[in-house]
Design a protein around this ligand. Structure first.
Ligand code: ATP
Ligand code: MG
Length: 473
């Protein structure tokens, strides 16, 4: 064995090997190519870095171009503005300025930098600007995000990002323990990329994620929520949730009880975690349904019991899941509106409460305060839940028929909201009702009777019926 080599020296050595795949020609959007030339003409160096290069090799369209340069932000500003761009000081403390050419997507341009130690795992205590793109690449999180491209110089890939892209691997740049200690958010970024790209996490990287997950307690809620949202929207979210549940457990401890929680019923072939992960995977990319799918069965472990025939039951699990969802979503600082919508969907997801009949559809609409958007979302949730069951139960919810009935109800203007009734509060006051809660109560009863087909939605009919309530008093 030779003498010990510091990590810094290793990085330098690899960097000195020079550009890999130098002859690769990566097409750039015109405004990005122009900005690189403008900076070069002014005597600076500029590279496209990060996500754009990664996504180019993955053949994923992106308009999001990040540039790195040795110019400091006032110099970038002057160069950009002298060529007719507008600039925004979006993150100048960390060296980032946003440049917008007329009718073009914004460019984020950041001065080469390395990051200091993060004493709170959240913000670098100091940002040190450096003069080398290699050093700038060294501070980036994963090898696949640590490539740089310049039209004249070609591709710089000092950490084997291209190879890892080909092997579908997420691997930290440098020493994993250190990189997660600096910024624990990278732990969730790894999970996010595994979900969006369908990549495996390299074993040492994963080990360090586990050992450092506790540092997520230092990370701001907004940053965590952003990564979780993106994880849920990823095309490979099932695998990301199942493979990383022990990492995610630090921010989503509710999932732990689902892992290995077998459902001993005829309808299930997966444990609650797998079932949940499939439901999330099947859901269309809307955060409302994705979060509802994630939460819909969280109450199963808590509500389970066995009958003597050996069947397992989960009575009331929807309501418990809704409660757990509320607490969880509040922790992630979602809006009250979003929390209410998700927990309502979760509370109503159970298969028995929506039949493909007009009456049943209208009753459900009534429960949803006439919210059409929530009705569509509920249909989606019920379908993805059914699909994640054993094949015999996978068609338990007839979404197509239910939605067709819903559309007919809309087209025919049938009543399912108080405001759809051909009578209103003022009519009741004219009849002799006193203003107050009784009006709402009577309108509610009339709407239910209309939905159940006991009354026609006609002004005179409803007035007569209301009079009966007056007599009741
Ligand atoms: P996308 O924009 O598709 O979410 P991205 O890779 O562009 O993916 P950004 O968050 O825009 O991700 O970050 C741009 C680049 O900055 C990344 O590719 C990566 O090189 C680097 N980066 C971002 N966040 C971190 C971090 N927490 N630690 C280290 N490097 C980071
Ligand atoms: Mg980006």
């Amino acid at each position: 064995m030779g003498t010990q080599v510091t990590y810094r020296e290793v990085v330098k050595k690899r960097a000195e090997k020079g550009p890999l795949h130098a002859r690769i020609d990566i097409p750039l959007p015109d405004h990005a190519a122009s900005m690189i030339s403008f900076l070069e003409d002014a005597g600076f160096e500029a590279w496209v870095v990060g996500g754009y290069i990664r996504d180019y090799f993955l053949k994923r369209e992106t308009a999001d171009v990040d540039l790195a340069t040795n110019a400091v932000w006032p110099q970038v500003r002057d160069v950009a503005e002298s060529h007719g761009a507008r600039t925004f000081e979006t993150g100048v403390k960390h060296g980032t300025i946003t440049v917008v050419f007329p009718d073009c997507d914004p460019l984020e341009i950041t001065t080469f930098r390395k990051e200091g130690y993060y004493s709170d795992s959240r913000h670098p205590d100091d940002v040190e600007f450096v003069n080398s793109v290699y050093e700038d690449l060294a501070r980036r999180d994963f090898t696949i995000n640590a490539m740089a491209y310049n039209p004249a110089s070609g591709l710089l890939d000092p950490y084997g990002g291209y190879k890892d892209l080909r092997s579908k691997l997420i691997r930290v740049v440098g020493v994993a323990q250190e990189r997660f200690r600096e910024d624990a958010l990278r732990i969730l970024r790894a999970v996010r990329f595994s979900s969006t790209l369908g990549f495996e996490i390299e074993v040492f990287t994963f080990e360090a994620m586990m050992m450092n997950k506790w540092r997520l307690s230092n990370i701001s809620v907004e940053r965590i929520t952003r990564e979780l949202n993106q994880t849920l929207l990823g095309d490979h979210v099932h695998d990301a949730l199942v493979d990383n549940v022990e990492v995610l457990s630090y921010v989503l401890p509710e999932l732990v009880a689902c892992k290995g929680f077998a459902q001993k019923t005829t309808y299930h072939i997966y444990d609650v975690l797998e079932h949940t992960a499939y439901a999330v995977q099947h859901a269309a990319p809307s955060l409302l349904v994705k979060w509802a799918a994630l939460c819909h069965d969280l109450g199963k472990p808590g509500s389970a019991f066995f009958t003597p025939d050996g069947q397992e039951h989960f009575y009331g699990h929807s309501r418990l899941s809704a409660k757990i969802a509320q607490g969880m979503l509040r922790r992630f600082q979602f809006s009250d509106h979003f929390i209410n919508d998700v927990s309502r969907l979760v509370a109503l997801h159970d298969f028995k409460n929506l039949e493909p009949t007009r009456k049943s559809v209208k009753r459900m609409l009534r429960k949803l305060d006439g919210r059409e958007d929530l009705f569509w979302a509920l249909c989606e949730l019920k379908e993805v839940d059914a699909k994640a069951h054993a094949p015999i139960a996978a068609k338990r919810f007839d979404r197509e028929l239910t939605e067709r009935i819903f559309q007919e109800i809309l087209a025919e203007g049938e009543a399912f909201r108080i405001s759809d009734l051909e009578i209103d509060g003022a009519d009741l006051i004219d009849l002799g009702f006193e203003t107050g809660p009784q009006i709402g109560f009577v309108l509610d009863c009339l709407l239910n009777a209309v939905i159940d087909g006991e009354l026609e939605n006609e002004h005179e009919v409803l007035l007569d019926a209301a009079e009966l309530y007056l007599e009741e008093d």
